[in-house]
Write a protein that binds this ligand. Structure first.
Ligand code: FA5
Length: 347
C-alpha cells in the first residue's frame, strides 16, 4: 500500500541513483528502473488500487507530481552528462597553436657533393668557369682526339665500359672514363683565353678496392692562353691543395705519362692515415695520388686550330672521392656509395 512516506523515500532513492548515473547508458538504466512500465514508480502507482478514493486522489496526485519531477530531473541530468561528454571530447582534441611544431627530419648533402662544391668554389675563385659534358661519350673524344688511337697501349690505362653499339665494325660509344674529353669539346667551340673546369661522373671497368671505385667523380681543369707555363700549373695546384687540405699538408709532384700532355705529372698529398709512413690505404707508399696533370700537348692545340707557337696550356684531372677521403679521413672509398646511413649521417 502506497503512502506519502513511500513517495518521499522513493524520491530520495531515485535522486541519489540519478546523481550516481554518470553516462548515457546508466541514465537509461535509471529511467527504465524508476519510470519504465515495470519501474518502481509505476509499481507504486499500481498499489493505489488498494486505497480509499480520498487517499488514492492525494497519493495519486503526489505520485504524478513525483513522476513529473523525476522526468525533469532525468532530463536535466541527461543534459549535464551530455555536455560533460562533449566538453571532454573538446578538451581531448584541443591544440595549443602557440607550441612549436614537431621537428622536421632534415636531409644533408652527400660528402662527395659537399667536396665537389668546395673544389668548384676554390677553382672558381681562381677564375675557372664551370663547363659540363656528356657521360656517354664518343670514342673520338674520350680517346682518339686525346692522342690515344685504337690499339694504342695507353688505352689500357682506362678499362672501359663500352656501349653495345657498333659502327663500321667498331664500338664508337662508351661511358666516359675521365672528364678529359671535355678539353677537346671546349677547344672546338672557343678561342683562347680559356680557363674552365668540368665536374662530373666517370666510369671504369675495374675491380674496386680501398682507393678504386668503378664509378668515380672527377673535376677536369683546362687553361689555354699566351705564355702559360708549368710554373702556372704547379702554382695553381699547390694553392688549390693548400685551400682544400690546409697549409701544413705535403704536396708532391712526380712525372707521369698521359698521351694528351707533355710533360705529364701526378700530384699527390701525404697520406692522412699514416702521414707518410706507409699503410694499406696508401698502398704503403706514404702518398695518395689526387690528380693527373700536364702541359697540353702541342698537337692537341694544333688540332683545335690554335697556333701552338703562340698558345700554351695546362690541364689537370682530379678524383673527388680521393680528395674527400683525404679531407674527412675516410680509409675506404667504398663507404661513399654503400649507402650506409651511419656513415653518411656523419657529414
Ligand atoms: C685521368 O683520368 C686523366 N684524364 C687525368 C688528366 C687530366 C691528366 C688532364 C692530365 C691532364 P687518372 O686515370 O690517373 O687520369 O685519374 C685521375 C684521378 O682520378 C686520379 O688521380 C684519382 O684521384 C682519380 N681516380 C682514378 N681512378 C679512380 C678510381 N678507380 N676510383 C677513384 N678515383 C680514381
Amino acid at each position: 500500500m502506497a503512502s506519502d512516506t513511500d513517495i518521499q523515500q522513493l524520491e530520495a532513492a531515485a535522486l541519489k541513483d540519478l546523481d550516481a548515473a554518470s553516462d548515457i547508458a546508466a541514465l537509461e538504466e535509471w529511467r527504465v528502473g524508476y519510470l519504465g512500465r515495470k519501474g518502481r514508480l509505476t509499481g507504486l502507482l499500481r498499489g493505489l488500487s488498494s486505497l480509499s478514493i480520498e487517499e488514492r486522489r492525494t497519493v495519486g496526485r503526489a505520485a504524478n507530481e513525483l513522476k513529473e519531477r523525476l522526468e525533469e530531473a532525468h532530463e536535466a541530468r541527461r543534459h549535464a552528462v551530455e555536455e560533460a561528454r562533449v566538453e571532454q571530447v573538446i578538451v581531448g582534441e584541443r591544440r595549443d597553436v602557440t607550441l612549436p611544431g614537431p621537428p622536421l627530419p632534415r636531409g644533408r648533402l652527400h660528402p662527395i657533393t659537399q667536396t665537389m662544391r668546395d673544389i668548384v668554389a676554390s677553382l672558381s675563385g681562381m677564375g675557372f668557369q664551370v663547363a659540363e659534358g656528356p657521360e656517354i661519350e664518343w670514342d673520338r673524344y674520350n680517346f682518339e682526339a686525346l692522342r690515344i688511337p685504337q690499339d694504342h697501349p695507353a688505352r689500357d690505362m682506362w678499362d672501359t665500359l663500352w656501349i653495345d653499339y657498333e659502327k663500321d665494325g667498331r664500338r664508337p660509344m662508351l661511358m666516359r672514363t675521365h672528364t678529359s674529353p671535355n678539353q677537346i669539346r671546349v677547344m672546338e667551340q672557343r678561342e683562347p683565353p680559356i680557363r674552365i673546369i668540368v665536374p662530373g661522373k666517370c666510369y671504369r671497368f675495374e675491380a674496386t678496392d680501398a682507393t678504386h671505385e668503378w664509378m668515380l667523380t672527377q673535376v677536369e681543369g683546362l687553361a689555354v692562353d699566351e705564355g702559360i707555363s708549368l710554373a702556372d700549373l704547379k702554382g695553381t695546384l699547390a694553392e688549390f691543395a693548400r685551400q682544400m687540405f690546409g697549409r701544413d699538408r705535403k704536396v708532391g709532384f712526380r712525372c707521369d705519362y698521359f698521351p694528351f700532355v707533355e710533360p705529364g705529372m701526378e700530384c699527390r698529398i701525404d697520406c692522412f692515415i699514416c702521414r707518410g709512413d706507409g699503410c694499406r690505404t696508401c698502398h704503403h707508399s706514404g702518398w695518395i695520388e689526387i690528380l693527373g696533370a700536364g702541359m697540353v700537348h702541342p698537337e692537341i692545340l694544333a688540332n683545335a686550330g690554335y697556333d701552338p707557337e703562340r698558345y700554351t696550356g695546362f690541364a689537370f684531372g682530379m678524383g673527388v672521392e680521393r680528395i674527400a677521403m683525404l679531407r674527412y679521413g675516410v680509409d675506404d672509398i667504398r663507404h661513399f656509395y654503400s649507402n650506409d646511413l651511419r656513415f653518411l649521417r656523419q657529414f
